[in-house]
Design a protein around this ligand. Structure first.
Ligand SMILES: Cc1cc2nc3c(=O)[nH]c(=O)nc-3n(C[C@H](O)[C@H](O)[C@H](O)COP(=O)(O)OP(=O)(O)OC[C@H]3O[C@@H](n4cnc5c(N)ncnc54)[C@H](O)[C@@H]3O)c2cc1C
Ligand code: SF4
Ligand code: SF4
Length: 434
């Protein structure tokens, strides 16, 4: 049976159509081969990435080397989300040699986000640009569903904000990092940290061209909610079950909405422990999703989402053209997110707003701060945990303090009280409403 190298496979589907016995099936993110394969080898020659073999794998890369990578950088950033790209961009602008690694083949895709961000959160990092803004929003509507089934809706000014096109936004940030001098590599995953005793001294990377060890003075783990980098370095990054928001979202097309208004729905029946949102993406389409608190929702988020859409006549008329799923860490920040030679930023450090689940702006702020501290420490020749802790200290003195307060507020209201007037007042302020 033909063998698939899933590291190399880019899910293009070229092989499927040449197979005479229909043994190949391109599942959404995986090529499957079934027993009917006769080992004829036809598919092997059409594969553009060399991912198919009729014999056990041999390394067909350029002698097992990466496509040109230096042996050593000042800084390696793992993950090209908003946190990682801003860290790479800022460090490169300060003159550091920077490698930015992204395991996916396309930065920003698949999207795992409702894409909302406030104007004042965005502009410290990048000037708004219509290429990656789907909608500008000025109003917000809040609907509370009580246990008796009655709903109450209030409408107010939401402050100025945007619904992004993150597929483009994330890529533009990585392009800015590259323009500043960082080397960016896609389809290149960090698979382990290189350690010198208890100090991080680099990263083991795997790409379609093979595996390599790359050294650096500092590593920034910006590897998102699925982060493993911190744990590799011995940091406790376990996400408590009750602090995990399980989310599902459709991009619904063909719906009647106000394209300048974000809508929020709160109630135990709608989204236990969380909320539902309708974020416009321009005329007649919107990100319609919800997050449920994993330990109190009896069913998967997707089930709640389908029920929610069906309950809203103006949404039920639409068609889902994209399904997004993901987890959001609405958790206390990690007690430590720095160790010798390593810093964590963004979702990897649980730097998400525990009330709203918003994390784009926090990740960018953390990325900038981590780059600033890395630059100072490298210049001073000290990247020990004591030196890099300046990042933790500055974080806790600024945004970290706000997020800690938000977590305490979240804890004050158990899931069954999230629809109370008092909790709604807190929530409305947190999402930037008035
Ligand atoms: C359904 C949903 C809706 C959301 N809505 C909003 C919203 O409206 N507004 C908002 O502000 N936030 C929202 N968020 C949260 C927001 O998406 C995240 O907080 C934000 O993306 C965090 O940025 P980041 O850079 O830390 O991580 P990410 O954006 O997750 O980027 C991490 C990157 O690291 C890469 N990576 C992981 N492991 C490796 C590895 N080993 N090697 C190389 N690369 C690796 C990943 O592929 C990924 O590209 C939402 C999240 C979800 C799931
Ligand atoms: S080796 Fe031949 S039979 Fe097997 S999957 Fe490829 S094309 Fe199909
Ligand atoms: S042709 Fe190659 S890259 Fe494309 S789906 Fe098949 S194995 Fe994957």
């Amino acid at each position: 049976m033909v063998l698939v190298d899933h590291i190399r496979c880019a899910y293009c589907g070229s092989c499927v159509s040449v197979c005479p016995v229909g043994a190949l099936d391109l599942a959404e993110t995986r090529l499957l081969v079934d027993q009917s394969c006769t080992d004829c080898g036809l598919c092997v020659s059409v594969c553009p990435t060399g991912a198919l073999h009729t014999e056990p794998f041999r390394d067909i890369g350029a002698g097992g080397t990466m496509w040109p990578l230096r042996r050593r950088y000042d800084l390696i950033v793992i993950g090209a989300g908003p946190g990682g790209s801003i860290a790479a961009r800022e460090a490169a602008r300060q003159g550091l040699s920077v490698l930015l690694l992204e395991k996916r083949q396309e930065i920003g895709s698949p999207v795992r986000c409702a894409e909302g961000i406030a104007h004042e959160q965005l502009i410290p990092f990048i000037a708004p640009d219509s290429h990656w803004i789907s909608a500008t929003v000025t109003g917000a509507e809040f609907t509370v569903a009580g246990d008796d089934g009655r709903t109450e809706t209030t409408r107010g000014e939401g402050g100025s904000g945007y619904v992004l096109e993150r597929r483009v936004f994330d890529r533009v940030l990585a392009e800015q990092a590259a323009s500043a001098g960082a080397e960016v590599r896609v389809k290149t995953a960090a698979t382990a940290l290189l350690m010198d005793g208890r100090a991080v001294r680099g990263v083991r990377v795997r790409s379609p061209f093979g595996e390599a060890e790359v050294e650096s003075r500092v590593v920034i783990g910006a590897d998102g909610v699925e982060s493993r980098v911190g744990a590799w370095a011995g940091l406790d990054t376990t996400l408590p079950h009750q602090d995990t928001m399980s989310c599902a979202q459709f991009l619904l097309a063909g719906i009647d909405i106000d394209p300048a208004c974000t809508c929020y729905y709160v109630g135990m029946d709608v989204a236990p422990g969380g909320y539902a949102w309708v974020f416009p993406k321009g005329e007649r389409r919107a990100n319609v999703g919800l997050g449920v608190q994993a330990n109190v929702a009896g069913r998967p988020a997707l089930d709640y989402l389908v029920r929610f859409v069906e309950s809203q006549p103006h949404l039920a008329q639409g068609s889902p053209v994209t399904l997004v799923t993901g987890g959001v860490p609405v958790a206390p920040q990690l007690s430590r997110f720095v160790t010798n030679g390593l810093m964590l930023v963004g979702d990897a450090a649980r730097q998400v707003d525990p009330l709203t689940g918003g994390g784009i702006a926090n990740a960018m702020a953390a990325g900038r701060l981590a780059a600033e501290v890395a630059t100072e420490c490298i210049a001073a020749g000290d990247v020990s945990v004591a030196a890099l802790s300046a990042y933790e200290t500055r974080w806790h003195a600024g945004l970290g303090r706000k997020l800690a307060r938000r977590y305490r507020l979240k804890e004050r209201f158990p899931p069954s009280e999230r629809a109370s007037r008092e909790c709604m007042r807190v929530f409305i302020v947190a999402v930037g409403g008035k």
